[in-house]
Design a protein around this ligand. Sequence first.
Ligand code: PPE
Length: 308
Amino acid sequence: MPITPTAKIWMDGELVDWEQATVHVLTHSLHYGTAVFEGIRAYPTPSGTAVFRLREHLERLLRSAHLLAMDVEHSVDELADAVKATVAASGLDACYIRPLVYLGYGEMGLNPLPCKVRTAVAVWPWGVYLGDEAMRTGIRLKVSSWARLDPRTLPTAAKATGMYINSSLAKVEAVRAGYDEAILLTTDGYLAEGTGENVFLVRGGELLTPPVSAVGALEGITAASVRTIARDLGYDVREALLRRSDLYLADEAFLTGTAAEVVPVASVDDRVVGSGGPGPVTRAIQDSYSAAVRGELDRYKDWLERVD
Ligand code: PPE
């Protein structure tokens, strides 16, 4: 989906015009994938535009930077102000927010330590990641032939740009084969995650999801929100090492992510999952999540930070 430009991008402390937000071709992170990022969403709420779980996303950004030995000059509070200023400058009431911490131009070679750590925040309108239709009818998933990154080779808890080659290869394979999305297994064959989403199964009224640190998946903030919502709706949620057959045999399955939100799985490897559309548990969670991010549920008000 082509990016629609907005007014300003925040770069290292100032808002610059969208067109001026450029870097040199010898920028370190462009060569070695040494950048960390976040994906956050702002939604329209009854009390104005608000950012969903802003602090949690920025804390994860700083943890990702720490895992890559990058010292970020900005605190969570400063980054939160940067995000809110960029959203406000866009005039949008709903947008996707992309903070990026990267190593700038000036040094080359694999030692990143001498490089200048730079920070940017961009926002733009981004509709439903896997399409409106997918939200209603569910997606066709394919188990990828690419295994998920092994936590012994890379710090999989970091949301680092270079690590997304793994997701990108899986996505290309799935899309070229006519599927909507890929799901990756660990090198040991356990269910890990989608290319940009965590995974949940429903079995006997209980929700099951892989233990993220064991399978090398990202610790999703949407997944954490969904766990809370599911428990509040009265469902048990449990972490379990799962096989691809558990996915085939699930009553329901869905993926979660900031960009994707809560998206039902219709089939996996051409095997219908459950009824082949969003089941009752998935629907209940989708509805609550959608209401929570829009400030319609008092119980989850603390998850929203207003943009003035
Ligand atoms: N796993 C991966 C690999 C991942 O990239 C994401 C987010 C998640 C799980 C879910 O995390 P969370 O957003 O905190 O619930 N993927 C981001 C990037 C997507 C992209 O295409 O770029 C996102 O959803 O913003």
